[in-house]
Design a protein around this ligand. Structure first.
Ligand SMILES: Cc1ncc(COP(=O)(O)O)c(C=O)c1O
Length: 401
């Protein structure tokens, strides 16, 4: 089973029954062109050398694998290791994909980059990559997300990007994706849509996954050096699914390594109050793909809610829907309140301030480590750092300036 899992998607872009390409006619040929361009360059030495050079010197890879010694002692169970994607340039894993796709854009002769963003991390990463390449960049962002992630809006603008607020729907990530797709359809001749998570129509879930596989490949080698064995469990937070699939992919063949993704449980698992697609959603077609979607009985997309903008999305990458269906990975959620506790614990015990997204993985990871025996190892993907979230946390904790 696992051998085939690592080889997915199939030639039509399906991970089992999920994925595919559900788009208007006008996007069929551009997506096919993107697929051809990617296939053409991805394994060439010239592309690989340039990508690896950027990952090393611009992004700052490889990122450390960090043994959280005090947290391990505090929780009293499994050894806790953190993969430090928070230490990458621009502060989150998103930059791995941004530099990969910007090279693809240049190869395709496109000089205008558009992107969507939720928490702003993908927007910042794309703006930075576009600045480096001397390309123009426009980022669509839900108006609600612009309010709660103001520092990232300013960072994108400093990096030369135009940030366009989207007022429709819930004014969050799904609305930004829709707006970016509309722009792409209109300006296809000179525009590259640099999609920010492992979702959307084929080939995006595959391309974004491929550019994040470096997380798991490094972590696997690093844990072998540190412990001379693989971890017992790998944990990541789950928005669209890119950091999770990035760290999971290298371990898919290792049946003894449990894989756990953590969704946003918001305030409660009731329509409109969370973003746990695998706890409240069902299969449907959404933003170009077949996947798990939060929807009403009539198929209307539900509003979502989470303290973390990056997890606040009604759909999820199709590769995860397949891994869930096959039982190869587990999909759980934690509530906002638990994520806030995870956020504070990591700061207190290790001197690291995580992103609120990553704090969901921390919250579950710490609870799980406590249940595991001391000879076990748990590896948590620390997808990003928390500078962007300080005002949200101050408000949530009712801290006065
Ligand atoms: C730090 C961080 N982690 C995780 C995510 C969630 O995205 P994904 O599931 O694609 O990794 C985001 C999204 O903005 C993010 O900024």
């Amino acid at each position: 089973m696992s051998q085939t899992l690592r080889n997915l998607p199939d030639h039509k872009g399906y991970f089992g029954e999920y994925g595919g390409r559900f788009v208007p006619d006008t996007l069929i040929e551009p997506l096919a062109e993107l697929e051809r361009a990617y296939a053409e360059i991805k394994d060439t030495p010239a592309f690989q050398n340039e990508l690896n050079g950027l990952l090393k010197n611009f992004v700052g890879r490889e990122t450390p694998l960090y043994f959280a010694e005090r947290l391990t002692r505090e929780t009293g169970g499994a050894k806790i290791y953190l993969k430090r994607e928070d230490l990458t340039h621009t502060g989150a894993h998103k930059i791995n994909n941004a530099v990969g796709q910007i090279l693809l854009a240049r190869h395709m002769g496109k000089r205008r980059i558009i992107a969507e963003t939720g928490a702003g991390q993908h927007g910042v990463a794309t703006a930075a990559a576009a600045a480096k390449m001397g390309m123009t960049c426009r980022v669509y962002m839900g108006a609600e997300d612009m309010k709660r992630q103001t520092p990232n809006v300013f960072r994108m603008r400093l990096l030369g990007a135009e940030v366009v607020g989207v007022e429709s729907g819930s004014a969050t990530l799904k609305d930004a994706v829709s707006e970016a797709m509309r722009d792409w359809v209109t300006n296809i001749h000179d525009t590259y849509y640099l999609l920010g998570s492992a979702l959307g129509p084929h080939p995006y879930p595959m391309i974004v996954r491929d550019f994040h596989k470096v997380i798991g490949a490094e972590a696997r080698a690093q844990i072998m050096t540190a412990e001379n064995r693989l971890p017992d469990e790998v944990v990541a937070c789950l928005g669209g699914g890119s950091n999770a699939i990035g760290i999971f992919h290298e371990f898919l063949d290792d049946a003894d390594v449990a894989l756990t993704a953590v969704e946003a449980g918001g305030t409660e698992i009731a329509p409109g109050h969370h973003a746990a697609r695998f706890s409240g959603g069902r299969a449907g077609i959404f933003q170009g793909m077949k996947t798990f979607v939060l929807q009403s009985g009539e198929g209307q997309i539900q509003l979502t809610d989470s303290i973390s903008a990056g997890l606040d999305y009604a759909g999820v990458g199709p590769e995860h829907a397949n891994l869930m269906q096959l039982g190869r990975a587990k999909y759980l959620y934690v509530h906002d309140s638990a994520a806030l506790e995870g956020f504070q614990k990591l700061a207190h015990f290790e001197g690291i301030i995580p992103a609120l997204e990553s704090s969901h993985a921390m919250a579950y990871g710490l609870r799980r480590a406590a249940e595991m025996s001391k000879n076990k190892i748990i590896l948590i993907n620390l997808s990003g750092r928390g500078d962007k979230d300080l005002s949200i946390v101050m408000e949530a904790l009712n801290v006065k300036n």
